[in-house]
Design a protein around this ligand. Sequence first.
Ligand code: NDP
Length: 241
Amino acid sequence: MSDTTAPEPRSVLITGGNRGIGLAIARAFEANGDKVAITYRSGDVPEGLLGVRADVTDAASIDAAFSEVEAEHGPVEVLVANAGVTKDTLLMRMSEDDFTSVLDTNLAGAFRVTKRASKGMLKLRRGRIVLISSVVGLYGSPGQVNYAASKAGLVGMARSITRELGGRGITANVVAPGFIKTEMTAALPEDTQKNYLSSIPANRFAEPDEVANVVRWVSSPEAAYISGAVIPVDGGLGMGH
Ligand code: NDP
């Protein structure tokens, strides 16, 4: 006999879910019937979502945000580490701060939130961790030594988490978007955008929803046996990773 009961809504937390790809991910989980919380630093909380203030460079603010989400929605069962920044410049011009500040947000930020989330997931004996990387992490990109290093680091992080926690019903995967239409990419010079377009087999940039749907799926019960994977959403740009 098949089980016809609707799945229980899960407590989902997305860092940097107030705009761009993070907001699209939040909406995808919301449409799935889950209880969705997002972190934000300033501005307004998008309608229908639980907004908790947090800066991923600050472990205390992450701890406070998780406590708030746990009180409202229960322990976080799905964590999407999405918050990210760029500070592009060529290696010769890249300052120590350009490098470490990007690493601190993109890589150490993911470490801080996954560490905090793992507590609750271990108690639940289930969980889904999704780290938002980038095609650039494994493909490389001139002017993005800091960003690419931070995004490549997420692969080792997800695979190590998989080896540590894989036996406890927890998966950790990397989703690696290519060129997605958000404020981050709108800020790139026009010739950089043209260069990217010419090397994308799909011959177009993607909408944030196209990333969100993959994140939602890899967090679903159907993807229980996928862990430590790097899933590209890049129109074929980075083939061969
Ligand atoms: P946006 O610049 O549109 O949004 C970035 C988000 O990260 C914002 O919500 C921002 O919050 C948050 N954030 C940045 N720094 C911090 C911090 N220290 N603490 C908490 N939150 C922070 O970027 P996208 O939506 O384009 O990108 C989302 C993710 O996808 C990033 O990790 C990015 O690297 C990755 N990505 C994007 C691609 C693209 O083509 N757009 C391609 C590949 C990867 P706030 O509003 O408070 O600034």
